[in-house]
Design a protein around this ligand. Structure first.
Ligand code: NAD
Length: 501
């Protein structure tokens, strides 16, 4: 059995814990590897290595740090097919989707390559007579990232390119479900010229995470995953004096107005609800139809498309499948149990994916596309994140009710409105309590030079991921106020509150 180790101080490192987690190919259901679950002491060792590497890395000029990232960008481009295959074989998503994930990660590297510009700071001449002020943005030290299974390349790359570019050193604790890609990224960083110890990967579970949250040498923690863990991470890291940003779960609504282009909306819903088998934090899992007429039109057009979804392995299929399996058998069973709960609660199951079997891959973790109509806000399938290929249609009479519905939900990650009415779109964007809004755009993921983050229980902490917030999160601001007195302006002691003259 292949063993996936840690990557510490520029080399692969095994663990003495004796604990491992299985890694599967979800398309076949076969175990392909096991990943080490590191001890607390091994996690502390990774922090020590990163702490030792910090002073030297931070003293390298931003321009030269950026040059390492430019080289890393070239290597990720060169190896993008290999990375996409690794992602698909451990996560299950289809190859083109895995390629898209690599591209979204590359965009953050491209943003981080501009770090000399991003760290310029501000300068004011003569804030008082002969007094100048300037700001410095300095790195924090050792920072940690804890990442989920659903984007094993992109989510770590939301974090470490910017953290490293700003002069920090990094310890990544990736998901134990698909850990090969982060190790490969660590190898590519080394090949790009990153000094040993600047980027380290520790595989593990709560034992490792708790060290990252409590060790005084970790200055900041970035987390992406489910909301209960995000809340725990945020509270624990803050209680130990660290900066934290913890992105959690989602239940993203698409509001469809009566004047929306129905065909365009159906196409958008199909991709946004069923792409990546619904295992995206920006997946649309609730379609809010404004009026019964648009609801009927949508359902009529969605049913044949959901029934005809091509479900199967993510790799080696021509033409490619639309969606692959779910990540584990446990997750598959959980999604099926949500569909059972929806039926029991009285929602109308119009397409049932529970009995889908993939011919030739009978043991893969598949669920077919599933569609519910007449879902009500008090149902568990409406309230909770299912994270599978299940779309719920909720009917409301008007836009005001749609807004109230979305605003009352505990999550506020992404949302979309489909309409031809500019004023409806404008009102919706302004009044909706959600962090990322699409107007006729189903998955409004901001580009790397903007910030990504939800509201309410989809994000804990004030700063979002990447873009200007990423630079703020990974730097500490210092203000320098300076005066160079000449003999004519030397003053005596001043005992009142100093003010600028
Ligand atoms: P998860 O919360 O189970 O795991 C995330 C990370 O936390 C993993 O590295 C895991 O090992 C670690 N972890 C799990 N349990 C822990 C515990 N008790 N103590 C400490 N660490 C623990 O999430 P997942 O299943 O890997 O990912 C799916 C979730 O991530 C979904 O809820 C999805 O919405 C969310 N997600 C959110 C965003 C976003 O931007 N808001 C992006 C991607 C994924």
């Amino acid at each position: 059995m292949q063993v996936i180790n840690n990557f510490i101080n520029g080399v692969q490192a095994s663990s003495e814990s004796g604990r491992v987690a299985p890694v599967f190919n979800p398309a076949t259901g076969k175990q392909t590897a096991e990943v080490v679950l590191s001890t607390a002491a091994e996690t502390r060792q990774a922090i020590s290595v990163a702490a030792d590497a910090f002073t030297k890395w931070a003293s390298i000029t931003p321009l030269n740090r950026a040059r390492v990232l430019f080289k890393f960008k070239e290597l990720v481009e060169k190896h993008r097919n290999e990375l996409a295959e690794i992602i698909s074989s451990e996560h299950g998503k289809v190859y083109s989707d895995a390629q898209g994930e690599v591209t979204r990660g590359l965009e953050v590297i491209e943003f981080a390559c501009g770090v000399p510009h991003l760290l310029k700071g501000e300068h004011s001449l003569n804030v008082g007579t002969n007094v100048d002020s300037h700001s410095m943005m300095q790195p924090l030290g050792v920072v940690a990232g804890i990442t989920p299974f659903n984007f094993p390349a992109m989510v770590p790359m939301w974090m470490f390119p910017i953290a490293l570019a700003c002069g920090n050193t990094f310890v990544l604790k990736p998901s134990e479900k698909d850990p090969t890609c982060p190790i490969r990224l660590a190898e590519l960083l080394k090949e790009a010229g990153l000094p040993d110890g600047v980027f380290n990967v520790v595989n593990g579970d709560k034992e490792s995470v708790d060290v990252l949250l409590t060790d005084s040498r970790i200055e900041a923690v970035s987390f992406v995953g489910s909301t209960p863990i995000a809340e725990y991470i945020y509270q624990t890291a803050c209680a130990h004096g660290k900066r934290a940003q913890a992105l959690g779960g989602a239940k993203n609504h698409m509001v469809i107005m009566p004047d929306a282009d129905v065909d365009q909306t159906v196409n958008a819903l199909m991709g946004a609800a069923y792409g990546s088998a619904g295992e995206r934090c920006m997946a649309i899992s609730v379609a809010v139809a404004v009026g019964d007429q648009v609801a009927e039109q949508l359902i009529d057009k969605l049913i044949p498309q959901v029934e005809q979804l091509k479900v199967g392995p993510g790799l080696g299929q021509t033409p490619e499948n639309h969606m692959g399996p779910l990540v584990t058998k446990e997750h598959r069973d959980k999604v099926v149990s949500y569909i059972d709960a929806g039926v029991a609660a009285g929602a109308k199951l119009v397409v049932d994916g529970r009995d889908f079997v993939c011919k030739g891959n009978e043991n893969g973790f598949y669920v077919g596309g599933t569609l519910f109509d007449h879902v009500k806000p008090d149902m568990k399938i409406y309230q909770e994140e299912i994270f599978g290929p299940v779309l719920c249609v909720v009917r409301v009479p008007d836009l005001k009710t749609a807004v109230e519905l979305v605003n009352a939900h505990e999550y506020g990650n992404g949302t979309a409105i489909f309409t031809r009415d500019g004023n409806a779109a404008r009102q919706y964007s302004q009044h909706i309590q959600v962090g990322m809004v699409g107007v006729n755009v189903p998955i409004p993921v901001p580009m790397a030079f903007h910030c990504f983050g939800g509201w309410k229980r989809s994000l804990f902490g004030p700063l979002h991921m990447h873009g200007p917030d990423g630079v703020r999160f990974y730097t500490r601001m210092k203000m320098v106020t300076s005066r160079w007195p000449d003999s004519a302006t030397v003053q005596g002691a001043e005992f009142s509150m100093p003010t600028m003259k």
